[in-house]
Ligand binder design. Sequence first.
Ligand code: UFG
Length: 343
Amino acid sequence: MQQGTRSSRALMWSRDAPMRLLVTGGAGYIGSIVARHLLAGGHEVVVLDNLSRGHRQAVPDGAELIIVDLLDREVVRSAVDGGFDAVLHFAALSLVGESGTHPEIYYETNVGGTLNLLEAMRSAQVRNLVFSSTAAVYGEPEEVPIPETSPPLPTNTYGRSKLAVDWMIGDYCRAHDLGAVSLRYFNVAGASGGLGEDHHPETHLIPNILRVALGANRFVEIFGTDYDTPDGTAIRDYIHIDDLADAHVLALGATEPGRHRIFNLGNGTGFSVREVVRAAGEVTGREIHAREAPRRQGDPPKLVASSELIREELGWKPRKPSLEDMVGDAWAFARAHPNGYGD
Ligand code: UFG
């Protein structure tokens, strides 16, 4: 793309017009579903993914797929130099346990990969970014529901790598006029439009419970029954993937040059592990065998979002806050894809 075309594109930036968008990690669970929402909104979507954890089949129809590793700096630079209005950055490693045993690949992929992306955006004059951050940056906060002003004190390497990226983005906003929004997700759940969650290994609670409902696993382990919570199990704030996708569309319209905005994204309601197991039993009509197990290292007892800020400033409102809806949609995906995407 020529320099002149790029600048005029920046000048013509209009949030109502269809945009040309780059979605990194668009073959993953969250990236693919957000990409599908963007396509449905009339935008042009190019997915950039190395397919190391994502699935080719998850890339929604209508999106172009470029198979690129963010660590491949020169290739990333030429991929980003394609006349994009904005980037939505999901590509990352996100397993808390793995991040502790292999911190080097978490810093390299999450921090180094994002640095390459930011440099490619700077070179191509792409000045709008929505970043997939995480509640893991807060660690074990004293104030719950957690506001954005809560001091970030991550208790694991994954959270630290994402926090480093948030700081890096803030610095790029100040120094290079980037306009960015970081969304700090709590526990994303559910499925949408035939796309859903398929991780290897699967460590998340709802998909693991549904593997029991499917008959693929005999029982689900409940990690920790001695927390200081009403039923002794850990409490999380689950948010439907469609509501999360809505927030990305709003965030895309809220980037401002030189400003880094940070929003928490959850429902503000917590459910314990036992409550999720019970809800899944009701939704699926299957018996879910659960076994009590020791606490998982690094798991905070309670993570619930204050989502006041995104509600007030961006007008976000969850459409599917019920746990039953989330589990029901995840169950429909699990039944349609008992072996995941099968790749
Ligand atoms: N859990 C079980 N059994 C399982 C799986 C999980 O009891 O088989 C428990 C966990 O110990 C935790 C809760 O269920 O208490 C939720 O666990 P998940 O693994 O589903 O999710 P996490 O809360 O650990 O982590 C999720 C994302 C992270 C993100 C974090 C932010 O996976 O990437 O939310 O809150 F950082």
